[in-house]
Write a protein that binds this ligand. Structure first.
Ligand code: NIG
Ligand code: FE
Length: 435
């Protein structure tokens, strides 16, 4: 191997447990059932990456014996991981960072017993985030998004799906997507932009939702596609938002414009999945309410079921998605933060892992596969993200832990010491000296 003049080579050594997640799944798709427990752990491991790509993965002893490395040792930056745990960076496959203000009034109303839907009906909820976004300049929004991305990286996240959805006019949805692009250009990780024009019907279309759906299909989707501002189109398909028929219309518009689809389903009520699954969404998210039949239906597809238990926690719900039923039926599952101002203001994937284990009875290993390799599948990025393998992007997270289970075990603290995003190192605030 020859080092290009501008390619930095970095070697992480003395990794106590390296979770490679590299074993292939039986059918070549996302992980299901028992496959979610296979973390491909290498002990006393080393990872070499050059110019943003992983070059080799193995044991520290072998890596140090490598003839190329021996010859080039001086050119290689070496980081001693001191026996700690390294993961593939988290893939947070569901976030809504394009907003201006936290929703503190809603938060306080909930402490007095109001529900998410009652608050929305009384003028709070998603619609109350719209005006500030419509008024905001693109750079102001981009600044908010960048701050969220930075906070995510501090906790080990290296890939983020980011939705628009608080503008609800063609102009402000496209402005939100431009802001996502602007923030992404200043962040070393990978950002996957999603158009969520169909988040809720805005006030001015209250009595003619079909007209709004037309605006999503005929204006927002084609413009976002033409300007390459979005990879995905999302729809909130639930009680009080959009019907399955409207979601299908929007999915068809996305497909006509070459964009892939995903949806919010079953958060407030049971959303029938059959009509949506026919259009092969990469992911269907939330899944608090689902029929047995639709769990079986999902198991027969490669669509990932993404759980966002931060929303259940923050809304104070007793019920969490029935993760065990999904996993035992063979549905590929992922975990994400759902970072947003109304139902899940958290940037922390480790906290989501904690919720998955304590509230949904996923094992620590299952939660990690769901937050890495299956998150990558949920974004169509499985060839680049979600596992530590030669040829994949250098996306890693180092935790102050001797055992990988600690990452889900300690909650409301940040054990991530260092993150590597496409080969760029970021030390977490408060992390000690390494190497
Ligand atoms: O995923 N369900 C729809 N969207 C978000 C909530 C957004 C908000 O309340 O601002 C969610 O929970
Ligand atoms: Fe969401």
């Amino acid at each position: 191997m020859k080092l290009a003049a501008n390619a930095r080579a970095v070697l992480l050594v003395n990794i106590g447990q390296l979770l490679t997640l590299r074993s292939p799944s039986a059918n070549g798709g996302p992980r299901r059932g028992r496959e979610l427990r296979e973390l491909g752990i290498v002990e006393d491991a080393a990872v070499l990456y050059v110019g943003g790509k992983v070059v080799c993965v193995g044991q520290t002893k072998e890596a140090l014996r490598d003839p190329w490395l021996k010859k080039n040792r001086k050119k290689v930056i070496e980081i001693d991981c001191e026996g700690q745990v390294v993961f593939p960076g988290f893939v947070d496959s569901h976030t809504h960072p394009a907003f201006i203000n936290p929703r503190l009034v809603d938060f306080e109303k909930r402490t007095a017993g109001a529900t998410y839907e009652e608050i929305a009906e009384a003028g709070g909820g998603i619609r109350s985030s719209v005006e500030p976004v419509r008024r905001a300049r693109r750079n102001e929004l981009a600044g908010k998004i960048l701050a969220a991305l930075e906070e995510m990286a501090e906790q080990g996240t290296t890939t983020v799906e980011a939705k628009s959805g608080y503008g609800l006019t063609p102009e402000s949805e496209l402005k939100s997507l431009e802001a996502i692009r602007g923030a992404a250009s200043q962040w070393p990780g990978t950002v996957v932009p999603t158009l969520l024009g169909a988040h809720v019907v805005p006030q001015e279309f209250k009595d003619c939702s079909q007209k709004y759906v037309e605006s999503v299909c005929k204006e927002m989707v084609p413009q976002a596609a033409r300007r390459k501002l979005a990879w995905f189109v999302d729809v909130f398909c639930d009680r009080g938002a959009f019907t399955a028929g409207e979601a299908r219309q929007i999915f068809e518009a996305a497909a006509d414009n070459g964009l892939r689809v995903r949806a919010h389903v079953g958060q407030l009520s049971e959303t029938p999945l059959g009509p949506l699954l026919a259009l092969r969404p990469a992911s269907l998210d939330h899944m608090d309410h689902i029929s047995e039949e639709d769990i079986q239906n999902l198991a027969a597809h490669d669509t990932v079921a993404t759980f966002v238990p931060g929303a259940n926690y923050f809304l104070g719900l007793e019920k969490y998605p029935a993760a065990r039923k999904f996993i035992d039926a063979g549905v590929p599952v992922a975990l994400a933060t759902d970072y947003n101002p109304g139902s899940s203001p958290t940037a922390s994937m480790p906290f989501v892992l904690s919720l998955a284990c304590t509230q949904m009875k996923m094992s620590p290993a299952e939660s990690i596969s769901a937050a890495t390799i299956n998150g990558a599948w949920a974004l169509g990025l499985q060839d680049r993200k979600g596992s530590v393998e030669a040829g994949k992007d250098a996306d890693l997270a180092l935790f102050e832990a001797k055992d990988y289970r600690e990452v889900a075990y300690w909650f409301a603290s940040n054990r991530c010491v260092l993150a590597v995003l496409n080969g760029v190192l970021i030390a977490s605030a408060g992390s000690g000296e390494l190497g």
